[in-house]
Design a binder for this molecule. Structure first.
Ligand SMILES: Cc1cc2nc3c(=O)[nH]c(=O)nc-3n(C[C@H](O)[C@H](O)[C@H](O)COP(=O)(O)O)c2cc1C
Length: 324
């Protein structure tokens, strides 16, 4: 039974090729650069996501090449081709080898593999194939290769889906146990809510940061007020209190300390600003913070970190002041 209304659809006659392409894009793939060499030494490479495994015994793979590709004659003359499965940091390779043209290999690190087909350094996997068969594939030719040598590297892969590049991330629900409260299976469900998780992560990072400041030592509220006034000079104490979420009592205590240390000046009722000493102090603190993030979060995958920062920014989007 059909329960879904499609966003777009087509049928055999007169369908929109762009709609078909977009619909095909719902199938996520990796990205490869397929390479080959002619006996005279000419080398070619092109980005292809039509790669698929075919058979294990014998070991066969396929990809399809558009008949108009400039590199087609070389692929049809070469004895071998190499499928280089791109790693997630090889997006530049994907773009470069998708442009028709001559000098795709300039500044690219590669070595000649079987049949002299270029093997690109830094790939996530390489399948070196002897040409096995070609089949008609409409405006493409289906190239089937027999895998004569392969190598897998411990690298994350580049992904292509819905017309965009992506990276893989473990599905957050993939290892979730259907737990019963307090049964002891997996994390306690009450522990799995965003707010307690945020709170715990925040507390442990916050405590570690301020403990490591040493002689640069400053309290959390004092630092937040300094940071806020550097972005919003000329704010009143009330604005600072709202912008930092510290509340009026803690804000006025912080301001008293900072004014006493000549880090902040001005009138709390109308306009406060950092002094020169305050600006220099904040600069040093920011350097500490950058170093702290590098050391503490250096092991966290850069993509995961960027994802969580983006999510947190989104969660605070409708939250009034642009500082928190
Ligand atoms: C992600 C991605 C996947 C692609 N997959 C294929 C493919 O499977 N087959 C193909 O013929 N072209 C594919 N292309 C387009 C070719 O890379 C492009 O036409 C390239 O210019 C061909 O190079 P050439 O004309 O120098 O031979 C893809 C492009 C991108 C960006």
């Amino acid at each position: 039974m059909r329960t879904d209304d499609p966003t777009e659809a087509g049928a055999r006659e007169g369908f929109d090729p762009k709609a078909l392409r977009r619909t095909l894009g719902q199938f996520a793939t990796g990205v490869t650069v397929v390479t080959a060499a002619k006996p005279d030494g000419e080398i070619v490479g092109m980005t292809a996501n039509s790669f698929a495994s075919v058979s294990l015994e014998p070991p066969l793979v396929l990809w399809s090449i558009v008949r108009e590709a400039k590199s087609l004659p070389v692929f049809l003359e070469a004895t071998h081709f190499a499928i280089n499965v791109l790693a997630k940091d090889q997006l530049d390779h994907s773009n470069r080898f998708a442009r028709p043209g001559q000098d795709k290999f300039v500044d690219v690190d590669w070595t000649p593999g079987l049949g002299s087909a270029p093997v690109l350094s830094g790939a996530a996997a390489v399948f070196e194939c002897a040409r096995h068969a070609e089949h008609d594939g409409g405006d493409h030719i289906i190239m089937v290769g027999r895998v004569d040598r392969f190598a897998r590297f411990d690298r994350d892969v580049l992904v292509f889906a819905q017309g965009r590049y992506g990276v893989t991330a473990e599905h957050p629900l993939a290892d979730r146990q259907p737990g019963i409260a307090g049964s002891g299976d997996g994390p306690h469900p009450y522990d799995d809510f965003l707010i307690p998780l945020l709170h715990r992560a925040y507390s442990s990072l916050y405590d570690a940061f301020f403990a490591e400041l040493g002689e640069e030592g400053i309290s959390g509220p004092d630092m937040r007020v300094l940071a806020y006034l550097s972005i919003r000079p000329g704010s009143s104490a009330e604005l600072v209190s709202r912008g930092t979420y510290l509340g009026s009592q803690i804000t006025s205590e912080a301001l008293e300390t900072l004014r006493g240390q000549d880090l902040v000046a001005g009138d709390p009722d109308t306009a406060l600003h950092l002094t020169e000493t305050g600006t220099a102090r904040l600069k040093r603190l920011i350097q500490y913070a950058e170093r702290f993030e590098l050391e503490r979060l250096g092991d966290v995958d850069a993509v995961e970190l960027a994802t969580i920062k983006r999510l947190l920014r989104r969660l605070t989007e409708n939250d009034g002041p642009e500082f928190g």
